[in-house]
Ligand binder design. Structure first.
Ligand code: ZN
Length: 373
């Protein structure tokens, strides 16, 4: 049945003596379908909302928790504001992807599962080791057992169809036609079963034992626009990612790996991506607590130098705080299209299917109550 909304204008055009074809030419064209990527400010951590005309996907549920900032209420407030605008989505997240079980990526996972309708949960399947992440992931798996209607997909590298291929699975990409565009979500990396001979890091730990190197890496395509999210993948795994899947890495938007650490991006990765835009999900340098961007010195000077030469888009030059060591920052001129939640708050990039990308407006979140320093 034709919805009543169509009747009124057609009846009105009839009164004006216009045929339906003449009337159609007077109506404004529908807005073009757009992909909106929300890099949500969760402090030191990660949470990325991929908004499509026909649905939504949340990648990670970070992040920071201390006396100055609580990421879970911040994330929930952002999602509430988002769904208040997109009432058509009925509070449904088609996909919740947890790149790896570190607390700065999973802290809000059970709260999101309980507060919204998640249709599909995707993870690497590694067992959490950090005490607080163990608790969260146990809650996630309890929730999945109690809600068998939620699809559960584990992305392991051994399940990829070939060593140089992407993994496509309905759990990760349930999106079909979206206003005439078929979005694509593919995994380009996942959890490994055995150590490829990666050796030890500078602290004597095995690179293989670091969950960062098992991050589920995803590529999202919407027409000609594309996004790459590498989680916290570090140099040794990035090298293998570029060697095996280099041609699949060419994207427009790079969610900068590992919160702007020096070890989450390489020049080879940037050369494979040729990104126009880069966005870092990192806390501000002003919150002086443990496990913060201030404590880590994120984003790092070495990384910014790489991004300034590897990111092709421009940004009006401004001085931004860049880490030169732990707890030490220098204001540094940035004039490429590099954004950071710690500099800019939540960042939204809007892309149409032709690949035109612009900065959008974050959904308005009520100011949180002031917290004691
Ligand atoms: Zn992280």
């Amino acid at each position: 049945m034709r919805p009543p909304a169509f009747v009124a204008p057609i009846a009105l055009f009839g009164l004006l003596g216009l045929t339906p074809v003449q009337a159609e030419t007077l109506l404004p064209p529908p807005p073009p379908p757009e992909l909106r990527i929300h890099f949500i400010d969760v402090g030191q951590g990660a949470a990325t909302l991929v908004e499509l005309p026909c649905g939504a996907m949340l990648i990670d549920t970070g992040g920071e928790e201390n006396n100055s900032f609580h990421s879970v209420p911040s994330l929930l407030a952002y999602l509430e504001a988002f769904f208040a605008r997109r009432t058509d989505l009925n509070r449904v997240l088609d996909v919740l992807l947890l790149t790896h079980p570190h607390i700065d990526h999973v802290r809000g996972a059970t709260a999101v599962l309980q507060g919204f309708t998640v249709r599909s949960l995707v993870e690497g399947g590694r067992e959490a080791l950090q005490t607080d992440a163990v608790v969260v992931m146990a809650g996630v798996h309890d929730f999945l057992r109690a809600h068998p209607e939620v699809e559960h997909t584990v992305v392991r590298l051994r399940d990829f169809p070939a060593p140089d291929a992407a993994l496509r699975t309905p759990g990760l990409d349930p999106f079909l036609q979206c206003d005439g565009v078929d979005p694509s979500v593919q995994a380009l990396w996942g959890a490994l079963d055995g150590d490829p001979g990666w050796g030890e890091n500078d602290y004597g730990g095995a690179h293989f034992d670091n969950d960062n190197n098992h991050s589920v890496v995803t590529r999202v395509d919407f027409g000609a626009a594309s996004l790459l999210v590498t989680g916290d993948l570090e140099e040794i795994a990035i090298k293998e990612l570029v060697r095996t899947r280099g041609p699949l890495l060419d994207v427009d938007i790079y969610q900068v790996g590992h919160h702007g650490s020096h070890n989450g991006t390489t020049t080879d990765l940037l050369a494979a991506m040729t990104p126009q835009w880069a966005v870092m999900e990192v806390g501000p340098s002003t919150r002086k607590h443990s496990w913060t961007a201030w404590a880590y010195g994120h984003p790092r000077e070495k990384l910014l130098a790489m991004l300034e030469s590897g990111v092709t888009g421009p940004r009006t030059e401004a001085l931004r705080p860049v880490g030169i060591a732990m707890k030490s920052f220098v204001d540094t001129p940035i004039d490429h299209a590099i954004y950071a939640t710690g500099w800019d708050g939540s960042v939204v990039l809007v892309a149409d299917a032709e690949g035109r990308i612009r900065v959008g407006t974050a959904d308005p979140v009520p100011a949180p109550p002031r917290l004691p320093e």
